[in-house]
Design a protein around this ligand. Structure first.
Ligand code: ADP
Ligand code: MG
Length: 338
């Protein structure tokens, strides 16, 4: 899904987990990023824990095999390749993600839109070829963007992209979804608590062996990796951060990041980072991206209307906007300026 990158969120629980502290931890590279699973040992043997973690990693690999746009034979790549030509049989998990993405798109007035693929490809942000495309290129890419281009036929089990050249990119929702799937596997295997972290898309459940919650830190968007603006105790909650500090380039003093505004065809601006807490990781992941696109004013207004989300936003001038448990929390100051 994307190149190996540094973790958006520094996971203290993971840092501290050596054998003997009641935790089991394993990291693998899946979806082009680091995926770390940390488990409360829950009275299980090393072999049982390794097998259980393996089951959870397998769910994540399955999501990648279905939804990666880097794998030409993934279900999603085949749907994209057949754009404007024919509907393609789709796995129920792919359909579920596309429908969840549509829900977030409607909720955010189209700020979230998984048909941004052509725009993402035009800017190439995150690669060495990142550049500002010509106005004509942006216009052509924009003409292919819009969720109305996606036709899901649930009965037939197919997905069709109406316009030739249109494409779906689930990069802002699939890692969260994968964390949800992995946690489901761990619960089925009787694990009493743990954390699944697909890069910055993290889901916590249950507790540590001593009954205390997990602790997750939120990256300072202008600090060195691992510098945090806050730490918070979490259980049975997903957390996700979208920011402008990992995949970006600076041209003439202006920062261009990998999150696209589907209305303008340009990278979103106005925020350095958005952190969302939600029950489900797919929702935290997608809403983090969506609020980032909306920008401080609209995002804050929307967040206030949705108590099921708790949001911490840092604007590009370093101002903090907070809802839910983030309100009143001590947030370390962020120095601005590129
Ligand atoms: P990351 O994947 O870096 O953790 P996000 O969850 O915010 O960050 O997802 C960013 C990815 O989502 C981009 O790399 C791109 O593939 C895709 N994307 C960019 N803009 C949008 C958008 N407006 N709506 C939906 N997906 C987007
Ligand atoms: Mg996201």
């Amino acid at each position: 899904m994307k190149k190996i990158l540094c973790l958006l969120i520094c996971l203290f629980a993971v840092c501290s987990c050596a054998r003997g502290n009641g935790l089991y931890t394993e990291t693998r590279v899946i979806m082009g990023t680091y995926v770390t699973i940390t488990l409360n040992r829950s009275g299980k043997t090393e072999d049982e824990l390794a097998k259980t973690a393996g089951d959870a990693f397998a769910r994540i690999t399955r999501v990648d095999d279905l939804m990666s746009t880097y794998k030409p034979m993934s279900n999603l790549s085949r749907i994209n390749a057949a754009s404007g030509i024919a509907p393609v049989p789709a796995d129920p998990e792919v359909i579920e993600n596309i429908e969840d993405a549509s829900y977030v798109s409607r909720l955010t007035g189209g700020a979230f839109d998984v048909t941004v693929g052509p725009l993402v490809n035009a800017w190439e942000i995150g690669s060495k070829d990142a550049h500002i495309p010509s106005p004509g290129t942006i216009k052509r890419a924009l003409s292919l963007v819009g969720r109305q281009n996606i036709v899901v036929d649930r009965k037939a089990g197919t997905v069709f992209l109406k316009k030739r050249g249109a494409s779906i990119d689930l990069g802002a929702i699939a890692k969260g979804y994968a964390s949800d799937r992995a946690v489901a596997a761990l619960l089925e295997d009787g694990i009493k608590g743990g954390i699944v972290a697909c890069a910055g898309d993290i889901k916590t459940f249950g507790t540590k062996p001593d009954g205390s919650p997990w602790t997750v830190g939120i990256q300072n968007p202008r600090g060195p990796e691992g510098a945090v603006v806050a730490k918070l105790p979490l259980t049975d909650t997903a957390i996700s951060t979208s920011g402008d500090y990992e995949r970006f380039f600076i041209k003439d003093g202006k920062r261009y990041c990998h999150i696209m505004d589907p209305h303008t065809g340009y990278p979103a601006s106005g925020l350095m980072s958005v952190t969302v807490l939600a029950k489900d990781s797919w929702l935290a992941d997608s809403m983090g991206t969506a609020l980032f696109v909306l920008g401080p004013k609209k995002a804050y207004a929307l967040a206030l209307k949705h108590p099921e989300l708790e949001v911490l936003m840092i604007t590009d001038s370093g101002k903090v906007l907070a809802t839910g448990r983030f309100r009143g929390m001590k947030i370390a100051p962020v120095t601005t300026g590129d």
